[in-house]
Design a binder for this molecule. Structure first.
Ligand code: HH2
Length: 279
């Protein structure tokens, strides 16, 4: 019997009034908790709680406001479910408050570079850490991003950030890497990173792949100006990411993604069995 590693699904819970896809509808603790619990019912393995939008052009939020948005949601969820909780933040203070409230993963789109305290805080917290590649910073990163070889640059950067995290005291097995789809990249860069994801998984760390509702889909379907119209593209990218070795996908549409991954895994299991029999 062949056992396949079933990829994990991280459900996105935005507690921001300006998030590009939720438009402020989840900007209360109760609404965010209800949304998060729905994602758990739909099969989310991890909930990613974010209190600051990192979409291109978004305005920064201070740490106190970010904690006020996210920590009550994490506490309320901790009391209602034992699903894993991740905090999506650049700020060590916010990560500390989140772990105190019950999060066990720090998802940092700056790969622990935002603050001089980030590395030491991650080591002290002892939680899993997602290190993501971003070129530039959110407000300006989409102004003509350029690379010689985007895959080589992203892989090299993330290898160096993993080394830095481990040198600072983060356990090797707690490091996740993420190519940062949409963060200082054109649609072509994002597609190249997806097609070349094996070069990132080859580093030996689990990879998180996050392309849900992103603008790359709009570049291929100009009718999908509304992020809610990008489900087909989001599913296609999630499947491609997993096929190339991603161990977790970060998505808005949990139910549909779980279904797509389940069907993909069933076909893959039969293909593996057939190959074993043919040997
Ligand atoms: N993308 C966004 C936020 N957090 N974290 C990781 N690890 N990788 C990503 O690609 C990633 C991320 C996009 O942020 P935002 O603009 O706030 O939108 P949403 O949270 O709805 O995806």
């Amino acid at each position: 019997m062949t056992s396949l590693v079933v990829p994990r699904v991280m459900g996105i819970v935005n507690v921001t009034p300006d998030s590009f896809s939720d438009g402020g509808r989840l900007a209360t603790v109760e609404a965010a908790v209800a949304h998060a619990l729905r994602l758990v019912e739909q099969g989310a393995d991890v909930l990613d709680i974010g209190g600051e939008s990192t979409r291109p052009g978004a305005e920064p939020v201070n740490a106190a406001e970010e904690i006020a948005r996210t920590a009550p949601v994490i506490e309320a969820l901790r009391a209602r479910t034992d699903v894993r909780i991740s905090i999506d933040t650049l700020k060590p203070e916010v990560a500390m408050a989140a772990v105190e409230a019950g999060a066990t993963m720090w998802n940092d789109v700056s790969a622990l570079t935002f603050s001089p305290d980030s590395l030491a805080t991650a080591a002290a917290l002892g939680c899993d850490v997602v290190l993501m590649h971003m070129k530039g910073e959110p407000r300006t990163m989409q102004a003509a991003p350029a690379y010689d070889d985007v895959v080589a640059e992203v892989v090299g950067y993330l290898a160096a950030r993993a080394d830095a995290a481990i040198a600072a005291g983060v356990a090797r097995e707690q490091v996740w890497l993420d190519p940062g789809i949409g963060f200082g990249k054109t649609a072509d860069h994002n597609l190249a990173l997806t097609a070349g994801l094996e070069r990132l998984t080859a580093l030996g760390f689990p990879v998180l792949y996050a392309a849900s509702r992103k603008r790359t889909i709009l570049s291929l379907d100009p009718t999908a100006a509304d992020p809610l119209d990008r489900l087909g593209g989001s599913l296609a990218l999630a499947l491609e990411g997993v096929r190339r070795g991603a161990r977790m996908v970060r998505v808005h549409d949990v139910r549909e993604t779980v279904q797509a991954l389940t069907v993909q895994a069933a076909v893959q299991a039969l293909a593996v069995q057939a190959a074993v029999r043919a040997d």
